[in-house]
Design a protein around this ligand. Structure first.
Ligand code: BES
Ligand code: MN
Ligand code: ZN
Length: 491
């Protein structure tokens, strides 16, 4: 996907499709050749300035444009409104098989958004809106290249907008990389294949190392390996290490990489079980972050280490049974009361290993951990909880800016107490009557992070099935990627 920015009036631009994005107070200006058709639209009362309004016009005389699309963003348009409008422009260009398009913004459409942030939203909207999962064997669809023009701004504002567009394109590409991984079915994306995707991201400043089951056995990761016992696919622990010169601090980002979750012996119901392909979206978000780092979208001063424990969770003669006791790499014993609460079983070894090996000053994990978070927050929001309210609030704030929203859920001592077992140190689920399933998941993980300031993002709702909103239509959303990039852009 390409989107470049330019300034000045777009009304003379020679293009297959000119898209004018209009705020409530913007009066549409029409390029040459559109006066009669524009007058006719006006007579009919069609003035598309409200959010979501759209009107396509064709020239009635000699014109530099084949078509004109007017898109409304309404009053007080925010970055999200711009993101959506540009996604729509991108899709319109695709629908009419335009060779390229120009999208231009009225003054009021941009009035409420900082120039750089507007540019980021525009870049993201174009890339996210162009995304389509390419079926195996099919040729990858190429997105229509676009130019974004800001008609109302000059000088510094245009420079900042242009910088934003470049950044937005990189962020959008990172999120689409994660979406592509998320959408891949279980057989097309095994832990081994996920590891191969991670290896492709490696470069001079970014190392990738993959731990095999044998290596994990040496590290005594008995919890992670117990999940993988029911599967013939080898589990992997993917390590991505961005280590810039003179880095003084380390940040760890951990993502659940269940490439397919059937539930194990605590088997899931059959309906919609295919959706459990998305159970590696936390891991995909981590890979998406490193995609952005590898392309230079952000250059954190800190060392950033990504850890993605990856496995399948299937029923089998060797699979763990309800009641089994397993031991994590830090010596904690765990009673596995439900084999379908497997995410926390693979994450706990990765978290404990991260703390011990890298001594991070901050740590974030992302996981499609609980169905309960879908009940609590739906598909538009990730649940955020942890042991440090300040860090959690920073993540929530970054999500707000990035349009990748997170909202706090409690993680208190009561939740931690519910995870104590009669037969081992911990149990992997709380009691049925306790409720608060998402907090219980977070509480379990909290035992493995020690004193490290840490936030757990439960993305089970946001990772897929979000309501269509122009830049997502179906399938994996890439949630987590943009919030991580935004948060790390401050580190
Ligand atoms: N991957 C699922 C969580 C999930 C469920 C994500 C539905 C999206 C939609 C996870 O491994 C799981 O099965 N969690 C259980 C936990 C329970 C057994 C405590 C759940 O949420 O039902
Ligand atoms: Mn499960
Ligand atoms: Zn799962």
């Amino acid at each position: 996907m390409q989107l470049t920015a330019r300034s000045g009036s777009a009304l003379a631009a020679k293009t297959d499709l000119l898209v004018l994005v209009l705020g409530k107070k913007d009066k549409a200006e029409f390029p040459r050749g559109f006066s009669a058709t524009a007058a006719a639209a006006k007579r009919a009362g069609d003035e598309p300035t409200g959010f979501g309004d759209a009107l396509t016009l064709y020239p009635d005389g000699r014109a530099a444009q084949k078509r004109l699309l007017l898109l409304g963003v309404g009053a007080d348009a925010d970055a999200e409104a711009l993101r959506r409008a540009v996604a729509k422009a991108q899709q319109a260009a695709h629908a009419v098989e335009a060779r390229e398009f120009v999208v231009a913004f009225g003054k009021d459409a941009l009035a409420g958004v900082d120039a750089y942030r507007a540019g980021v939203a525009v870049g993201e909207g174009a890339v996210l809106g162009a995304y389509e999962y390419s079926k195996p064997g099919a040729k990858k669809a190429t997105a229509v290249a676009g130019k974004a023009a800001v008609m109302a701004w000059t000088g510094k504002l245009v420079a900042r907008f242009t910088k934003g567009v470049k950044q937005g394109v990189l962020r959008g590409n990172a999120a689409c990389f994660a979406r592509d991984l998320g959408n891949r079915s279980g057989n097309l994306l095994t832990p081994t294949k996920l590891a191969a995707e991670a290896r492709k991201l490696a470069g001079p400043r970014l190392k990738c190392r993959v731990l095999s089951e044998a290596a994990m056995a040496k590290l005594k990761m008995g919890s992670l390996l117990s999940v993988s016992r029911g599967s013939r696919e080898q589990a992997k622990l993917i390590l991505l290490d961005y280590n810039p010169v003179r880095a003084r601090k380390t940040i760890c980002v951990v993502g659940k990489g269940l490439t397919f979750d059937a539930g194990g012996i605590s088997l899931k119901p059959g309906a919609a079980m295919d959706e459990m392909r998305y159970d590696m979206c936390g891991g995909a978000a981590v890979l998406g972050l490193f995609h952005a780092i590898s392309k230079g979208a952000i250059r954190p001063k800190a060392r950033v280490v990504g850890l993605v424990p990856s496995s399948e969770n299937l029923p089998d003669g060797l699979a763990p049974k309800p009641g089994d006791i397993v031991t994590a790499c830090d010596g904690t014993t765990i009673e596995v009361l439900n084999t379908d609460a497997e995410g926390r079983l693979i994450l706990c070894d990765a978290l404990a290993y991260a703390v011990k090996t890298y001594k991070p000053v901050e740590m974030v994990d992302l996981a499609t951990l609980t169905g309960a978070v879908v009940m609590a927050l739906g598909h538009e929001t990730s649940g955020a909880m942890g042991n440090n309210d300040a860090l959690r609030d920073e993540i929530v704030a970054a999500g707000e800016v990035a349009g990748d929203r997170c909202w706090p859920l409690p993680l208190w001592e009561v939740h931690r107490d519910q995870m104590k077992s009669k037969f081992a140190d911990l149990r992997n689920i709380n009691n049925r009557g306790d409720g608060a399933g998402s907090s219980a998941g977070g509480a379990f993980l909290s035992y493995f992070v020690g004193e490290t300031p840490w936030v757990h993002l439960d993305i089970a709702g946001s990772a897929w099935n979000a309501k269509a909103k122009d830049y997502y239509r179906s399938g994996a959303t890439g949630s987590g990627v943009r919030v991580l990039i935004e948060w790390l852009s401050t580190r």
